[in-house]
Design a protein around this ligand. Structure first.
Ligand code: MG
Length: 387
């Protein structure tokens, strides 16, 4: 009888064989080679979790409507089983309420050694989720590492295990924060390889930033993220019309997350879709958005990782909503994890790794503005030597 691991490995191979005209034998050999390459000798058949704090250094100060900062606290996670190593991470922008201390306290409270079968994803992640409320980024770090580990054991990248066509990965936006004209011009230069620019709004110079982009790159579509910054619904509606004329695709989180009635009012009148970000975290939050928002921006640090993020995509589609996948400032570990889901979504905003100066991984790349997934088992990341 075939055991569960072999069954899942061969199921993954079946998908791969359907996608490319190679024989099962060749695919089996390739997966076996990939699994062998990912494995070291002498590993324990119990899950082992280790982690350490890692401060992300931002290449530019990051200015939003409500905050400005030059670093992001982060915890890097390793999950080992039978000689395989999965990597994960928790990134903690201050407004989400988690800290290095809260994440390490949460991770220290887990006893993952009780699990001898890493394929029990439901059991393992339910245990992690029920350990304490909140702690979403801490939970995401375990989920991401578990996915990396399992993909390496199966010898397949996750987009293949999910049956997704990497060719359907969308273009990803490059973010331009709220800044002086000089910095905005410099960032528009950096954005030239991209096919979509995300503009942060919510302060007085909103229109100036868009005018600079339109002057430097007249044809590139833009999207706008207000980070709850707009304070007046009539002004917001005027801005939506103004932006529509300037090739804007959607507006993200225009108002305070508590302004449900005002957001529904704007959504009814706006010529642009209105996308929720700060207004939600977990799966059940999405149900109440019908009629309030046109779409959701999923981030792994809110959703507690990939397992729930996949369910969010399914629920949002059932509610006829648009789906976007975003990130925090993160290394290529969490960004590439999210990129594996991107063939399922309408928009991607996965540039968090490009905003930091001390990445620890090579992962997905952006080629010609488009997310490019590589055929590497697990999340598709490799540690950068010496980092
Ligand atoms: Mg946002």
């Amino acid at each position: 009888m075939m055991d569960r691991r072999k069954f899942l490995a061969s199921a993954g191979l079946g998908l791969m064989a359907a996608a490319a005209p190679i024989s099962i034998d060749a695919a089996t050999r390739k997966a076996r080679r990939a699994r062998t390459a990912a494995k070291t000798a002498g590993g324990s058949k119990k899950l082992k979790l280790t982690f350490f704090p890692y401060e992300l250094k931002l290449r530019h100060a990051f200015n939003l409507a409500r905050f400005s900062r030059t670093t992001t606290p982060d915890v890097q996670v390793k999950l080992e089983y039978d000689g395989y190593v999965g990597y994960g991470e928790a990134s903690m922008p201050p407004y989400l309420g988690e800290t290095v201390e809260s994440v390490t306290t949460f991770l220290n409270s887990l006893d993952l050694g009780q699990f001898t079968d890493p394929f029990r994803i439901e059991d393992i992640l339910t245990y992690v989720d029920q350990k304490a409320p909140n702690n979403r980024a801490a939970k995401a770090s375990v989920d991401i590492a578990l996915h990396d580990l399992l993909g390496k054991i199966m010898g397949q990248p996750w987009y293949k295990i999910w049956g997704l066509d990497p060719g359907k990965a969308p273009v990803t936006s490059f973010t331009i924060g709220i800044d002086t004209e000089e910095v905005v011009r410099q960032k528009v230069e950096e954005a030239r390889p991209f096919k979509l620019i995300k503009v942060k709004m919510g302060l007085d110079n909103d229109q100036e930033t868009v005018e600079i982009i339109r002057e430097m790159m007249p044809d590139i579509p833009i999207c706008v993220d207000c980070n709850q910054g707009w304070k007046d619904k009539e002004h917001a509606l005027e801005m939506c019309h103004w932006l529509k004329e300037r090739n804007c695709l959607f507006v993200e989180q225009p108002f305070d997350k508590q302004w449900i009635d005002e957001t529904a009012w704007l959504r009814e009148r706006s010529p642009l879709p209105i996308i929720a970000d700060e207004a939600f975290q977990r799966l059940p939050d999405i149900v109440r958005f019908k009629g309030v928002y046109d779409g959701i921006n999923i981030k792994l640090m809110k959703s507690t990782g990939l397992h729930e993020a996949y369910k969010m995509v399914t629920l949002a589609r059932a509610l006829d909503m648009k789906v976007m996948i975003g990130c925090m400032t993160e290394t290529s570990c969490a960004v590439t994890a999210a990129a594996n889901l991107s063939p399922l979504v309408d928009f991607a905003d996965l540039d968090g790794n490009l905003l930091i100066a001390n990445d620890r991984f090579n992962g997905m790349t952006v080629e010609n503005g488009k997310i490019t997934l590589h055929d590497i088992p697990g999340l598709g990341i490799t540690p950068i030597p010496g980092k």
